[in-house]
Design a binder for this molecule. Structure first.
Ligand code: ADP
Length: 880
């Protein structure tokens, strides 16, 4: 260190405080990086690595990006989960003695980006924090710095719920205490969070008390303070737009755990995490970015309070019935910009003139929106109208002060309207008059000199000039024209009067630009006082936007307003899966009814693969969720309970991140449902037990059904390929069999996608294999095996059990036989209603005969079919 140059010493000192970030160190027009940062950044950003002398023994690796191109590079780093500390020169290099002072002015992290393409319009960008308290309590809080909203909740009991809240928030960054136990840190890391940050300074701080008025629990204050400390420490500027922290309880909303959300593809698809194909994609008819974000929050947190849902439904219904007003409202909303993020930029101080124009345009829509709502003459519409605060004084100010098309830059003038400020008008007059004078000068000079090609012009370096071509120079009067610049075939001159006017114009322009800047910042400060009102307005507009979108969709797609059943009845007439229906041609989609009540709590769904079992199950869950966010639902008539929770176990969503096997994930998800569901919940289990051997899987599936039936009483849809389970209907009073029908035509299966009462009679697995174009030879062989299996009265006839069947027919390895025997034993104990008495150990005469016959068999000389038939005969004798 001792031998480094002063500047490198300064660099190292600053860097010591920002070990986990790239330090962008300002040197003139560049941000430079040194040492390790330079090596890493040159790779990440594909920029040239160089080096420089720094006083040490070796040259120091270095790379840099131009100041004006920095945002793009910063964004690349942030999107990859890195942090970037911006270190600026904080004194004028011209007047500085020694090394110019430098300071970090902002730490940019994935959870705190405010600008750039990395920030998606219709997405919140949350940064979260978690605290673990000793008494099984967890604090959770998250903030979106770009919109200023924050939420906090105290979770009692389960760590899973904490992780769940975190996952649902979609936070990109988590702020933790360094003392957070490593195993919890590990669990958090599994949730595709981009960055972790440590903040230990979490004492309660007076500064935040205004934001904490809703927080009454010490634990929440501790948690939220940490987050705010971090934000203030890293952002180092005004965060006046931070809104009051909202406290919520997870029980206030319908609970859908993270896996179920993914399985149901609410906001991202399972495969690609894209929005297309999700419920959010279907429902997003919003006109504003704020509305888009609000919709996503609603989908993540459906309501459970009937009155609250009813309010939303009332407006949707009203808008469905008022086509013209709805279109007008939506047209007006199109003109509304992102008020929440504009408010954030007002506070941050990086609001530009164009932003002010956007604010103005947005505010001007509000009175019109209000009028339309009031004229609808409906209580809920009036309530909404009252919430729309036009912020008149702010709107007036912007209207009188800001021109219609201001530039983005604050330093080039053309922001403020004429007539807003007297002094500014005077400067502008001076410069305009001067310009008129100059325009006339050209004509006068041409007349005076007789040179037709004479020109008066302006450039930045030389100012105003009179240009005369070389051939005409002799026509100029001696002494009056002073030479300014020589071109290849012309000369440029200035005269004393022109010089005088030029000074006047330039001074006036300079002064007016300076004044405009001052006026602009003044207006910005005034607008700052409106931040809370703008945020409240933004919230009301977002809700209006979402509800109008619901109405639009409900009308277009013929959705029905759901009625909430007091006695937990589900009755859907001609229900549809909303997303599948949209993707498909409407005529192709086969609607289905669903009826469940206290005597039909579990529907066991059988039917061929690909017939529509899982579509049907998802349809019911999506319908319930749509109902509880206030939207109408894809059915002709709908009656539904209000569900407290929805659980799903659907499809093969391998948890690759945490490296768990499919079957383990399946069991974890099943456990989650079984441990947490109540009589008011909805459970969807799709093909439980697939990930393990047939008997294992079937046993587990049956045990789960019994458990839910006897102990939980949740409304449950259970699809299965184990046809054996359909016999449960006899024993479990509230379980009913339904199936998706299919018919065989010319040896091919045709799916009708229609749900019918009763169990499916056949599984059609081989037909599906045929549809999938497996080799014909293989299909024929499978059909042959199936026939044998059916003859031998084997219980499993599904295509997935063929493996076991094959093993029986080709007893090449002893283990196969053994496995089969164990399985058969298990089968007895699972499916014999009353297991038989233990058999006498002594072999009877008949058994001895059979054993003899067995030992004499020449198995190697037999075809598998002969062996199978023999086995069948022997068994038949034994059973007689
Ligand atoms: P399963 O769960 O029985 O294997 P899926 O629910 O995955 O079957 O459905 C398979 C395909 O059948 C779906 O991708 C969809 O294209 C189609 N489908 C399902 N239900 C319907 C329906 N009601 N009307 C029309 N097509 C349907």
């Amino acid at each position: 260190m001792a031998t480094y140059t002063p500047m490198i010493k300064q660099y190292l000192q600053v860097k010591a405080d920002y070990q986990d970030a790239f330090l962008f160190f300002r040197l003139g027009d560049f941000y430079e990086m040194f040492f390790e940062d330079a090596l890493k950044a040159s790779q990440e950003l594909e920029i040239t690595l160089t080096s420089r002398e720094g006083g040490g023994e070796e040259r120091i690796p270095m790379c840099g990006v131009p100041y004006h191109a920095a945002p793009n590079y910063i964004e690349q780093l942030i999107n990859r989960g890195y942090k970037v500390a911006i270190c600026e020169q904080t004194e004028d290099p011209k007047t500085a003695k020694g090394v110019v002072k430098r300071e970090v002015v902002q730490l940019i992290t994935p959870g705190t980006v405010m600008e750039g393409h990395g920030l998606l319009e219709k997405e919140n960008n949350f940064i979260a924090t978690v605290t673990v308290f000793s008494n099984n309590q967890y604090g959770f809080a998250c903030s979106d710095l770009s919109t200023g909203e924050s939420r906090a909740t105290l979770i009692k009991g389960s760590m899973d719920e904490l992780i769940n809240e975190l996952s649902i928030s979609g936070a990109k960054e988590v702020v933790i205490e360094s003392t957070l136990p490593p195993e919890i840190q590990q669990k958090l890391k599994e949730r595709s969070i981009l960055a972790f940050s440590i903040e230990d300074n979490s004492d309660v701080n007076e500064n935040f008390s205004a934001l904490f008025s809703e927080l009454d629990e010490e634990a929440l204050i501790t948690t939220t303070s940490r987050l705010f400390h971090y934000l203030y420490r890293t952002q180092k500027r005004s965060l006046d737009h931070l809104q009051k922290v909202t406290v919520y309880q997870v029980q206030q909303y319908m609970k859908i755990d993270y896996f179920s959300k993914r399985n149901l593809e609410l906001t991202e698809t399972i495969r690609s995490t894209a929005k297309k194909g999700t419920l959010l994609w279907l429902l997003d008819e919003t006109m504003t970015a704020m509305g888009g974000r609000m919709l996503k929050q609603w989908i993540n947190r459906p309501l459970i309070d009937k009155t609250d849902i009813g309010r939303r439904q009332e407006l949707v219904q009203l808008f469905v019935g008022q086509f013209f007003e709805r279109q007008e409202l939506r047209e007006k909303l199109k003109e509304v910009y992102d008020l929440e993020r504009l408010a954030g930029r007002v506070a941050f101080g990086n609001l530009n003139p164009r932003d002010l124009m956007q604010l103005k345009r947005s505010l001007l829509q509000v009175p019109v929106l209000k009028d339309i709502l009031v004229n609808l003459d409906h209580n809920e519409a009036k309530r909404m109208a009252e919430r729309l605060d036009p912020c008149e004084e702010a709107a007036d100010l912007l209207e009188t002060a800001i021109v219609d098309h201001p530039p983005i830059s604050v330093k080039e003038g053309n922001i403020i309207r004429d007539g807003y400020d007297h002094q500014l008008d005077q400067y502008r007059d001076a410069s305009r008059n001067g310009k008129t004078w100059i325009a006339m000068l050209e004509r006068e000079e041409r007349e005076k000199t007789g040179i037709k090609s004479l020109k008066v012009g302006y450039n930045r370096v030389f100012g105003y000039y009179i240009e005369v071509t070389r051939a005409n120079l002799h026509l100029l009067q001696e002494g009056r024209y002073e030479r300014k610049q020589t071109l290849s075939n012309a000369e440029r001159f200035i005269t004393p009067e022109l010089k005088e006017k030029e000074e006047l114009i330039l001074a006036a322009e300079e002064k007016s630009i300076e004044l405009e800047y001052q006026l602009f910042t003044g207006i910005r400060e005034t607008i700052k006082e409106y931040i809370p009102r703008l945020q409240a307005l933004a919230k009301a507009l977002s809700e209006l936007d979402v509800l109008l979108g619901f109405a639009e969709l409900s009308e277009q797609r013929h959705y029905a307003r759901p009625v909430f059943s007091p006695d937990r009845k589900i009755h859907l007439k001609d229900g549809r899966h909303p997303v599948v229906e949209k993707v498909m041609d409407a005529q192709e989609y086969v609607p289905n009814d669903c009826y469940m009540d206290k005597d039909r709590e579990i529907l066991l769904i059988t039917g061929p693969n690909m017939s529509g079992k899982s579509t049907y199950m998802r349809q019911i869950a999506l319908t319930a969720i749509m109902a509880q966010i206030g939207c109408f639902v894809p059915a002709d008539e709908a009656e539904l309970p209000i569900f407290d929770q929805v659980f799903t176990r659907i499809g093969a969503a391998d948890d690759l991140v945490s490296g768990q096997s499919t079957f383990m994930v399946e069991m974890l998800e099943a456990r989650n449902a079984i441990m947490n569901a109540s009589g008011d919940s909805l459970i969807l289990f799709d093909e439980i037990g697939r990930g393990t051997s047939t008997y294992d899987g079937m046993a587990l599936a049956q045990a789960m059904i019994e458990y839910i039936h006897n102990k939980i009483g949740a409304k449950t849809l259970f699809s299965t390929h184990y046809h054996e389970l359909t016999t449960l209907e006899k024993d479990l009073r509230k379980l009913k069999n339904v199936h998706v029908s299919a018919v065989e035509q010319n040896g091919k299966v045709v799916f009708l996608h229609k749900i019918r009462e009763g169990a499916a009679d056949k599984s059609y697995g081989i037909h599906v294999a045929q549809l999938a174009e497996l080799p014909q030879e293989l299909i024929e062989r499978a059909a042959e095996i199936l026939q044998i299996l059916e003859q031998t009265d084997n219980q499993s006839s599904d295509v997935h059990d063929l493996k076991n069947g094959l093993n029986t027919i080709r007893p090449s390895a002893e283990e196969n036989l053994q496995a089969r025997e164990t399985a058969a034993a298990a089968q007895l104990s699972f499916f014999d209603e009353e297991p038989g008495q233990p058999k006498n150990n002594k072999a009877s005469k008949k058994e001895k005969q059979i054993l003899e016959q067995l030992s004499e068999l020449e198995i190697l000389d037999m075809t598998p079919l002969q062996a199978m038939n023999m086995l069948y005969d022997l068994q038949k004798k034994l059973r007689k």
